[in-house]
Design a protein around this ligand. Structure first.
Ligand code: PNS
Length: 161
């Protein structure tokens, strides 16, 4: 039974995130998608909204659980008895940050592997911050996120106005 944690901010989850979840769900017996709480960023969605957004978007997958975590990712992964931490890679520009994170995590715990999955070509430009910017400035973001995420983002935008 191989368990992977897929952590992130998911503010909001994008089609790129969903692609990584689908790929990981084929490789591992179970995936926990873990929303980082207290990640120092200006948030659009509340943690619960991000979790709902991921839950609604992954209903077609039988081996995906949704959770949130605070503190060190590696402590959370250990607590969940995960075998691996999954991260998506888009362009080479992701590599430096991901490499550093993987190295620090390995120093903190040598047993949990970092596994990197390449996103689909069409999503290699996509990020939550781009979706937030397009959505906040009134652009059409519906084709950048899974369908169930659209009303959740719209609600958050209305709240801001
Ligand atoms: O989607 P993101 O914003 O790239 O996700 C980043 C996240 C939440 C995975 C990362 O910030 C994280 O692991 N935070 C928890 C704190 C931690 O463990 N830091 C040490 C790893 S370098």
């Amino acid at each position: 039974m191989k368990l992977a944690v897929y952590p992130g901010s998911f503010d909001p989850p994008t089609l790129g995130h969903l692609d990584v979840i689908e790929r990981a769900s084929r490789l591992f017996d179970e995936i926990i998608v873990a929303v980082g709480r207290n990640v120092s960023k200006v948030a659009l969605l509340e943690t619960e909204e991000r979790m709902d957004a991921i839950r609604e978007s992954t209903r077609h997958l039988g081996n995906v659980r949704i959770d949130s975590f605070a503190g060190l990712l590696i402590d959370y992964a250990k607590q969940m008895k995960a075998d691996a931490v999954v991260r998506g890679l888009r362009a080479t520009s992701d590599f430096d940050y991901e490499f550093q994170m993987a190295m620090v995590n390995r120093r903190l715990d040598t047993d949990i592997e970092s596994v990197f999955l390449m996103t689909r070509w069409d999503y290699s430009y996509l990020s939550s911050s781009i979706v937030r910017e397009v959505a906040t400035l009134g652009g059409d973001f519906a084709n950048l996120v899974p369908t169930p995420v659209v009303p959740i983002v719209r609600k958050a935008l209305d709240r801001r106005r």
